[in-house]
Design a protein around this ligand. Structure first.
Ligand code: PRX
Length: 630
């Protein structure tokens, strides 16, 4: 900072933005939250409904298994719906939806409440009770929101599996969560084609025998197999007398589980990140209110998928907790033409648009004309999430889409954090590519190998030093893994798995993952998932996957395989392996390149040294290879 001015390329908020913002003075809010951290969150929690007030705001008696609002009784779904229907929001739109094929619908708070109650009754009638797990596997349609809220309402734990995942990913998640009910749609529209979700589910269910009931939402209408006694149509169930509006909401303890969401970790199978009713509710509600500066009249669009944490927190829960009107779009951003999103913004008068850098880069490459054809003047705030946004994409978004008047909220967070952690607010000066600073009261740091804070401008491990309400509570079925993965590398602090640096103004710049997680188009994949899918093919003996920087996707996957004896290397086999990964994990996991190898670089203890493969691919020095086997 020189003479009170920040260094580098800085975009200061306009007077207009500041005067309209919920928070006008970030420093004052940060000071208040830092001086009385628990008081800050307690005040926020007071804005929500509790059947019984909490005894303790933050309970650290069993850290790192922190607990929040202990003793409190609430239900997040009650706060999303019931509290609004006795206010002016009763007939306000909760959800506006457009399908890729042009279908559209709207749902008021009252209607969403009623549909949720009806479906909650259906679930109860099938024997689903508090603590049971329910897997949800659908496209971006309103029923996914109803299904999630209905589970929350009756205290069942939802486990949403992203509709872009395929057979083995779905099977593994059903199996691990031991879900007895699966809610699925017949299909989903994507780029004019139908993704046959029910077919994929049927194949996954052949591998997992525990599911007793499959509830099928009709979206695409093609013929699907319905197993007698197991499969039932959602629309038929919703017409039964039992599907009435009389539904008593389950009173949940603050710390009762709300959902599990599988995410890729450093090793082995995906981890079931568990979030709870109380803290998650307070954290997502508060961050949405301050960062997206949400107003009652806003139309807000989070273009993520409900199957990832962004959708859980900022399509479903936070907007409803804030009584906002949310827009949801089913399909691909460039289908049928690269102006689809801008058409939507204009048509629905979207005020806040939240998206991933990969989409921004993908749209930018088509030039400005597609956006310029549309009136985007309703936009007042933009958001970015999922991976670092390169300054060039940031500037394009700011100039061409935001017409130089919309601040960009570059929000850094994770499945595990549940809510925004490093993020600006509209009143904060912005620097393209930086998420600015931690949310008020939260302390982050950047550490070197020894756990000492690095110097300004130096790269290191990003850690969080303060617990926060929406933090991961445990890994379902595997609590010890929480301690090992996040709290062991540097005792007492939360290890994010990202590297970052901090500039002289205290702004954070995320560099990327430092573990074996690959971010492809903002989607999180583990090298282990890709590798085990490859090895499940009869031709493959061993495999390694790495992420290589990619202009549009952020990272692309390159895979290396050693073939079993008797299999010959060929282009045809490469194509077959790509298809196999698409079928097992999902299209997002398809490697861009597969290379045949005779050996893979390994440590003496047999661990694949992906870093060496990556260095070779990039033509870089592999660094310290003293542990290499040969
Ligand atoms: O590497 C960071 C990157 O996404 C990771 C978390 O992925 P996931 O759990 O799938 O959640 C994504 C949506 C919250 C982080 O460890 N990441 C997320 N947001 C940003 C980001 N990297 C840079 N800038 C961001 N704004």
């Amino acid at each position: 900072m020189i003479d009170g001015k920040l260094s580098g390329e800085v975009y200061y908020p306009s007077e207009e933005v500041i005067s309209n913002a919920n928070i006008k003075d970030w420093d004052a809010l940060n000071k208040a939250a830092t001086d009385d951290y628990e008081g800050f969150w307690s005040n926020e929690a007071d804005n929500l409904h509790w059947f019984l007030k909490w005894d303790k705001v933050l309970d650290d008696s069993e850290k790192p298994f922190y607990k929040w609002f202990t003793g409190g009784k609430t239900n997040i779904a009650h706060n999303c719906l019931d509290v609004h229907i006795n206010t002016h929001r009763k007939n306000k739109l909760a959800l506006i939806w457009e399908g890729e094929n042009g279908d559209h619908s709207t749902m008021s708070y009252f209607r969403l409440y009623k549909e949720t109650c009806k479906f909650a009754n259906i679930l109860r009638s099938l024997g689903v009770t508090k603590g049971d797990r329910v897997t949800i596997y659908m496209g971006r349609i309103p029923e996914i929101v109803i299904a999630m809220l209905a589970c929350a309402r009756i205290g069942a734990i939802h486990s949403v599996v992203y509709g872009g995942f395929s057979v083995e990913s779905l099977h593994e998640r059903i199996e691990d969560s031991q879900s007895k009910v699966l809610i699925v749609s017949d299909g989903a529209y994507q780029r004019g084609k139908i993704i046959p979700l029910k077919n994929i589910a049927d194949e996954a269910l052949q591998r997992a025998g525990i599911v007793e009931h499959v509830l099928v939402v009709k979206r695409t209408g093609q013929e699907v197999y319905m197993e007698s006694g197991r499969d039932m149509w959602y629309h038929e169930l919703m017409n039964l007398p039992i599907a009435n509006y009389n539904n008593k909401c389950e009173v949940m303890d603050s710390e009762d589980p709300l959902f599990i969401l599988y995410t890729s970790g450093t090793t082995g199978k995906p981890k079931a990140i568990l979030h709870t009713h109380g803290g998650y509710m307070v954290g997502t509600y508060t961050t949405m209110k301050y960062v997206f500066d949400i107003k009652d009249s806003d139309r807000y669009w989070c273009a993520a998928d409900p199957g990832w944490i962004t959708g859980h927190s900022y399509i479903v829960y936070a907007p409803l907790l804030n009584g906002a009107t949310s827009f949801m779009y089913e399909g691909a951003h460039t289908y049928p033409y690269p102006n689809r999103w801008w058409q939507i913004v204009e048509k629905y008068g979207i005020n806040i648009l939240y998206m991933a850098p990969t989409a921004i880069r993908g749209l930018m490459r088509f030039g400005d004309a597609w956006a310029n054809r549309h009136d985007l003047s309703s936009l007042r705030l933009l958001g970015s999430v999922g991976e670092p946004i390169n300054p060039e994409a940031w500037r394009w978004l700011y100039k061409v889409i935001g017409r130089e008047k919309c601040p960009i909220m570059d929000t850094w967070w994770q499945t595990e954090t549940g809510m925004f952690i490093i993020t600006p607010m509209p009143c904060v000066p912005l620097k393209p590519g930086s998420g600015t600073k931690p949310f008020p009261g939260i302390e982050a740091d950047i550490l070197d190998e020894e756990g000492k804070p690095v110097k300004t401008g130096e790269e290191g491990y990003l850690v969080l030093k303060t617990p926060w309400p929406a933090m991961v509570r445990t890994i379902y079925n595997d609590p010890q893994r929480l301690v090992e993965q996040y709290w062991s590398r540097f005792p007492g602090v939360y290890m994010t798995g990202d590297s970052a640096r901090r500039d002289e103004d205290g702004y954070y710049w995320i560099i990327g993952r430092v573990d074996d997680v690959i971010k492809v188009s903002g989607y999180r994949l583990g090298t282990a998932e890709i590798e085990s899918a490859l090895v499940s093919h009869p031709a493959v003996a061993e495999a390694a996957a790495i992420g290589i920087p990619h202009e549009l996707k952020g990272n692309a996957i390159h895979a290396f395989v050693i073939l079993r004896q008797g299999f010959a290397r060929s282009e045809k086999l490469i194509e077959e392996l790509k298809l196999h990964i698409g079928h097992e994990v999902g299209p997002i996991a398809k490697p861009e390149k597969i290379e045949f190898m005779d050996t893979l670089p390994k440590t003496r203890s047999g661990k694949i040294m992906r870093r060496v493969l990556k260095a070779k691919e990039l033509g870089l020095d592999p660094g310290n290879i003293s542990t290499l086997e040969e």
